[in-house]
Design a protein around this ligand. Structure first.
Ligand SMILES: [Zn+2]
Length: 352
């Protein structure tokens, strides 16, 4: 184990023991009580930025693997329609282009398994002429060990985690990699695999010992840790956003409270809460809306699961982000979800 990882584990142990456990989490019905929403502002009509989002396409050809085309009863809400996803992606792209979105996000798990499964979704995305930003999911690594180091390049990603600013809305997008330490993402004979295994074991023991009642923080193979370097990157991004009065959307495949070092993540974001609109993720398939220490955490529904498609368009206005559902994407029964910016930040994002 490297000395930097040892130092990180030591710092985590301190943070875990001083903080206690149990994420502050409530349902969407309490969203209006969140710090962001206390001072809702009047609605304006002109959006400054639009972007598309898909989550959990999980494409693969089950017939090639000796499986059925649909997993489960086709009409069931939780049925899995692997072969319908190329058409569902095309439908989402059609809607994104109709709305002139500036770019689109793939929130991860683009494939279910098999490196060759990347071919079809990536070809459709390339042909769309849209600017795509990818987020790494756990299923990205359901490939042979020797193919795992090739995933980042296959997706054409600049780095496992990165950020960019959409100038038209003075808004910062921070993309995290919740598989930075993961027992799935690295070949078994590598140092990083051993480090990930050690971290998972350490977190499992700590969470168990503390009697944590938050079920999502229990370390599982399908999630992972961010690690010290990535948290430093996040802190730097948030410091810059604060300085420039920017609103920030933090994207990751796994929801924030699924990430092994969730408490270290919250330590990092807590001082910048007024600048953070929300965490946005996929991974849960059925969707979820939560509040984590005053920050909304929105998990979008999976494109491949259920007889209906699911994707979202985000519209950014001077004082708010509106998330609009398509297909079965519903935010607790409503067609859209509005997240208002913290007032002392939105004044800097008022464009004439
Ligand atoms: Zn996932």
């Amino acid at each position: 184990m490297s000395s930097s990882l040892q130092a990180y584990i030591f710092a985590l142990l301190l943070s875990l023991s001083s903080l206690g456990f149990g994420a502050e989490s409530e349902g969407l019905k309490n969203l209006e009580h969140a710090q962001h929403l206390e001072l809702a502002q009047p609605k304006g009509s002109k959006s400054l930025l639009k972007f598309g989002v898909i989550a959990d396409m999980q494409f693969y050809d089950p017939l090639k693997y000796g499986n059925k085309a649909v997993k489960g009863k086709a009409s069931d809400r939780r049925s899995r329609h692997y072969l319908k996803t190329p058409d569902r992606l095309r439908e989402a792209i059609g809607k994104f282009k109709k709305h002139h979105t500036a770019f689109a996000f793939n929130l991860g798990d683009l494939i279910d398994r098999g490196f060759e499964s990347y071919d079809i979704p990536l070809e459709i995305m390339e042909e769309s002429d849209l600017e795509w930003h990818h987020v790494l999911g756990n299923h990205e690594y359901s490939v042979e060990d020797e193919e795992k180091p090739l995933v980042l390049g296959r997706l054409g990603m600049p780095a496992p985690y990165y950020q960019f600013v959409a100038e038209s809305a003075n808004m910062r997008f921070v993309v995290l990699n919740a598989n930075e330490y993961s027992t799935l993402a690295f070949p078994k004979d590598t140092e990083r695999y051993e480090e990930s295994k050690a971290l998972k074991k350490m977190f499992k023991a700590k969470y168990k010992k503390s009697g944590a009642d938050d079920p999502w923080c229990v370390p599982e193979g399908i999630s992972g840790a961010l690690g010290a370097s990535q948290l430093e990157f996040l802190r730097g991004a948030l410091e810059e956003a604060e300085l420039l009065n920017q609103q920030v959307l933090i994207m990751s495949h796994q929801p924030a409270d699924w990430i092994w070092d969730y408490h270290a993540l919250m330590d990092t974001v807590r001082p910048f809460r007024k600048n953070i609109i929300a965490f946005m993720s996929g991974h849960l398939h059925t969707g979820d809306e939560d509040i984590l220490e005053g920050i909304p955490s929105i998990s979008l529904k999976a494109m491949f699961e259920s007889p209906e498609n699911a994707f979202t368009i985000g519209k950014v206005y001077a004082n708010r982000l509106e998330l609009h559902e398509y297909g079965r994407q519903k935010f607790e029964g409503k067609k859209s979800l509005t997240l208002y910016f913290s007032p002392n930040v939105s004044s800097a994002t008022q464009h004439p």
